[in-house]
Design a binder for this molecule. Structure first.
Ligand SMILES: [Zn+2]
Length: 278
């Protein structure tokens, strides 16, 4: 499943090629994504310039003068950029956004076998897209300067759930999926079962730093796939960082050699070192 690093790498790959260009056509071949793709999307976007491609959590925000196209990759989606006319679409290539200026053509193609992704239009008249129902309750961005130990400390007071589950909830900080939660807690030396409200300030600072480090590493690893991503035959695979605890149950901890433990929290697997994480 694409996580924040994949979405951020996708954004970085697409943005320099499409920002500032005008939409020439939109081809939606299958409107049945998680929610129906607006039938009039082509009419809404044709002739309009893409001002900027932003990301909020796992949503890409395609900002136009008159509104924002919100896209999400769901369980299995990916965008691929074609710098020339793309090949005939395959069965899971549900939508093309064609940009152009003069003889320049760029086609961003959305592929999504399981169709849990989304393409939604938010007109400017309905207010700031950040207040859209899908975005309004998202936690802080991990790379926002305001995401730090002090924030994490304040945001976890009164939260009795385990710190692992609070991270996964996404309402405190976005982008910490299941793998990244285990990895961040390992690097911060925090027991994933610890109630969030019992983390002190120093641990909150360590955890905020660890989350940023883990996500940065994943994005940098993903960046190495960029060359394959842009081009007629390119595609992005999903990628992860080299995990230190995730999926390593029974194997020795890379720090202390104690066997890594696997537990289940909220029906999701958690991996941790019982000696390094307190
Ligand atoms: Zn250890």
């Amino acid at each position: 499943m694409p996580e924040l690093p994949e979405v951020e790498v996708t954004r970085r790959a697409l943005a320099p090629h499409v920002e500032g260009l005008t939409v020439r056509a939109v081809r939606v071949r299958d409107r049945r994504l998680r929610w129906p793709v607006p039938a009039q999307l082509g009419r809404l976007l044709a002739g309009r310039p893409l001002l900027r491609l932003d990301r909020r959590g796992k949503y890409l925000l395609w900002r136009f003068p008159h509104g924002t196209l919100i896209s999400h990759l769901g369980m299995s989606g990916s965008w691929r950029l074609h710098l020339t006319a793309p090949p005939p679409p395959g069965a899971h290539d549900h939508a093309d956004l064609e940009f152009g200026a003069g003889r320049t053509v760029r086609v961003a193609r959305l592929t999504d076998p399981r169709r849990f992704g989304a393409l939604l239009w938010h007109p400017r008249g309905r207010g700031d897209v950040e207040r859209h129902a899908l975005l309004a309750r998202l936690g802080r961005e991990p790379f926002d300067a305001r995401f730090d130990g002090a924030y994490l400390y304040a945001a976890t007071r009164g939260r009795r759930a385990s710190i692992k589950q609070v991270l996964l909830g996404g309402d405190v900080v976005v982008g910490v999926g299941n793998i990244y939660a285990s990895e961040s807690l390992f690097r911060a030396g925090i027991d994933p079962r610890r109630p969030a409200h019992r983390l002190g300030r120093a641990r909150c600072t360590r955890l905020a730093d660890a989350i940023r480090a883990v996500l940065t590493e994943a994005i940098e690893r993903g960046g190495s796939t960029l060359r394959d991503f842009v081009g007629a035959d390119g595609s992005t695979g999903y990628f992860t960082l080299a995990a230190r605890v995730y999926d390593r149950a029974g194997l020795p901890c890379l720090v202390c050699a104690a066997p890594i433990r696997r537990i289940v929290q909220g029906q999701r697997a958690t991996y941790y070192c019982p000696r390094c994480q307190r």
